[in-house]
Design a binder for this molecule. Structure first.
Ligand code: ZN
Length: 678
């Protein structure tokens, strides 16, 4: 039964009860999902319309009329990225509005809803979701095509601009939602819609057919998931085709652009792939060594590559995944697990360019990094993947949503001065407070789908070995060697690194493997009577497990001073503080204004006094430690001969980074300068 690779457990078999994560999941269910449904239906006063429900209804109406013999009202279009009505109060009921990728908003919502339904039945929510599913199915064309933008603006132009128009991106989100909905409800309706659209795409693209690949990746991993859900190899093979076409010469993006240019009487452009760095289509993916371009796309691409490596036993692809992993986490990742340092193209910058204040670090990119990390763990259980997954989840992903679930960050800086955000053009993308919703609403639904499916990140299984990757409290049910057992994981990383895994019921023979977190300075893992061995940062305990058996894991979790590589210009002579998986920050609410005047010493981490800060209704682990503050003389001249800076004693208060900006607008800093002379 042992395969080489591990897979997540069914979501129903991992019940997360953790004080932090269960609360986040509840917020998604009670706040984010209902709000987003209203947003999809354009019923949120003051918010820009999504047009999702409008577009689905319009496509269904046009398709019904066509069946009855009517011609489509709009053809020949399909060249714009966003369509706005002339008069928002009187939209044309047969027209498409919004961004070209707007269909994906509803799919992401359905995916998150499906996970929530697996965690806990909710007939009212399921009825609402069924309504969405019915709307989607009604908007599907006879041949399986499903994209309201082209159905409503000019179907004859479908698949003519894969680079920009996100049809395959929308398909990917449809397939992800369909697999989740099928798992949640057992229903085939959305899965059949996704399979029919996949078949339509496969008739168009593939070996011996047209070459092409998605401009915004996700279809690759979604096709792998569709294969895993249905067992139909055609979807796996199509996913692999998209991966292998990407970056080949001549560039399919250039060829399709030249076809569009020819239609407008313009001369062709060079067809070399090299100029498609932003799209990760500048070289064949198997040769890639550096994470580049749009960060979310890069992370989704890596996730699809890792799935392909696992499902096809493709060692060459796995090697490329390892190289891209190294580039991402060892040269281009923030200490908060955010990736994509520059707002120019929402992209990866050059190695070690990790600015704190102009950071982009999109929430979705951190979600994508967690996707990638989980897939690398499936390929090979090495603690470094779990460490990064945990770092992204506990810091940037959590920071993306307010503690009341009502507002969201798209961009996650590591330093902020609200006054600068107002006046500095270089910071135009950085918001000093979370926003209610976005016109391009990618991040909130991405938080909703990853948080709701946290159970799939907590544990995976390979044959008779159960891997515990994350220490969030919960219950896990699984079958090892034919014996079913239920385990309870007691953990609270907000408080300490003491964790306990108890067999609640059942009996089974097998191995339980626990990740040794990279942040644990000392760690002990033991279970009475079970021999333990350690490999690549996992402790493997093997034996016969019976009710009452316990694994005790003790991970030391002191406050730690952390420095970045000296190659990171931005943070030279600065440190930040971390405890367990949490990165800490200083906020104006505790430390006053002008946080750049603070000076810290690494050894003062040992003098830190822990206390509980009540932030956003959540008791959080905060710390106070001695620090210095540079004094500013009255009427200090702008320049003066150097005399050394005067400092005074102060107390520095640090709170978890994920909780920043839950107490009003103010300055925030993760990295703090060292006291002079260091
Ligand atoms: Zn986003």
């Amino acid at each position: 039964m042992n395969s080489r690779f591990s897979v997540p457990l069914p979501l129903r078999d991992v019940r997360v009860t953790d004080g932090l994560w269960a609360r986040e999941m509840d917020l998604i269910r009670t706040s984010v999902i209902p709000y987003q449904w209203e947003a999809l239906n354009d019923r949120v006063p003051g918010a820009a319309p999504s047009w999702w429900a409008h577009n689905m209804r319009a496509a269904a109406k046009v398709l019904r009329a066509e069946k009855a013999g009517a011609a489509r009202p709009h053809t020949g279009g399909g060249s714009s990225m966003v369509v706005q009505p002339e008069d928002e109060s009187r939209p044309d009921p047969d027209a498409f509005y919004g961004w070209v990728f707007q269909d994906s908003d509803g799919y992401k919502w359905l995916e998150a809803v499906s996970y929530q339904l697996m965690l806990r039945p909710d007939p009212a929510l399921q009825r609402q979701a069924q309504q969405a599913v019915d709307m989607i199915c009604a908007a599907q064309e006879e041949d399986g095509y499903l994209d309201t933008y082209y159905t409503l603006t000019g179907r004859e132009n479908a698949f003519s601009n894969l680079r920009d128009h996100h049809e395959l991106y929308c398909f990917g989100h449809l397939a992800e939602a369909a697999a989740a909905w099928h798992q949640a409800t057992g229903q085939d309706d959305l899965l059949s819609a996704a399979r029919r659209f996949a078949a339509c795409i496969a008739r168009h693209f593939g070996p011996g057919k047209e070459r092409g690949c998605p401009g915004h990746e996700i279809a690759e991993m979604a096709l792998m998931r569709l294969y895993e859900e249905t067992g139909e190899e055609a979807w796996r093979d199509l996913g692999r085709f998209f991966l292998d076409v990407r970056g080949e010469e001549p560039s399919t993006f250039a060829l399709e652009e030249n076809r569009r240019r020819a239609a407008s009487g313009l001369p062709p452009l060079p067809v070399t792939a090299a100029r498609y760095v932003y799209h990760q289509a500048h070289m064949p993916v198997r040769q890639m060594r550096e994470a580049t371009g749009h960060a979310v796309r890069q992370m989704y691409l890596c996730s699809g590559m890792a799935d392909e490596a696992r499902l096809m036993g493709d060692g060459e692809m796995q090697a490329a995944c390892r190289r891209l992993w190294h580039s991402t986490v060892n040269e281009k990742m923030y200490v908060s697990g955010g990736v994509g340092g520059t707002h120019a193209g929402e992209a990866f910058s050059r190695p070690y360019d990790l600015p704190s204040d102009t950071a982009y670090s999109e929430t979705c990119a951190a979600v994508g990094l967690a996707f990638f990390a989980r897939r690398m763990l499936q390929l090979e259980p090495r603690a470094e993947y779990g460490d990064v997954m945990e770092r992204a989840l506990y810091n940037t992903v959590l920071a993306g949503m307010a503690l009341d679930g009502q507002s969201f960050f798209y961009v996650n800086p590591l330093e902020i001065d609200p006054a600068a955000c107002e006046t500095d053009e270089r910071l135009h993308h950085v918001k000093p407070v979370r926003q209610k919703w976005f016109g391009c609403a990618c991040c909130p639904p991405n938080i909703a789908r990853i948080v709701s499916s946290l159970g799939q990140y907590l544990a995976t299984q390979n044959g008779d070995t159960l891997f515990i990757h994350l220490y969030a409290a919960g219950e896990i049910r699984t079958v090892l060697n034919g014996g079913e057992i239920t385990l309870r994981l007691d953990a609270d990383l907000l408080q300490s690194g003491n964790t306990r895994l108890t067999v609640l019921s059942g009996e089974a023979e097998g191995t339980i493997a626990l990740r040794l977190p990279g942040w644990a300075e000392g760690a002990s893992v033991s279970a009475r009577g079970k021999p333990a061995r350690e490999e690549d940062g996992y402790v493997y305990l093997t034996g016969r497990w019976r009710a009452g058996d316990e694994i005790l894991a003790d991970f030391d979790m002191p406050l730690r001073a952390v420095a970045a590589s000296p190659l990171v210009r931005e943070t030279l002579n600065q440190i930040c503080f971390t405890r367990g998986p949490l990165v800490y920050c200083a906020e104006e609410a505790d430390n006053g204004k002008r946080l750049h005047l603070l000076r810290v010493r690494p050894e003062d981490a040992e003098k830190a006094e822990a206390f509980t800060a009540e932030i956003g209704g959540l008791p959080l682990p905060a710390v106070r430690l001695p620090a210095r503050r540079v004094t500013v003389p009255d009427e200090a001249p702008l320049y003066a001969p150097w005399k050394g800076s005067e400092t005074e004693q102060t107390t520095l208060t640090l709170v978890p980074y994920f909780a920043w900006n839950n107490r009003g607008m103010g300055e925030m800093r993760v990295w703090l300068p060292l006291e002079a002379g260091r």
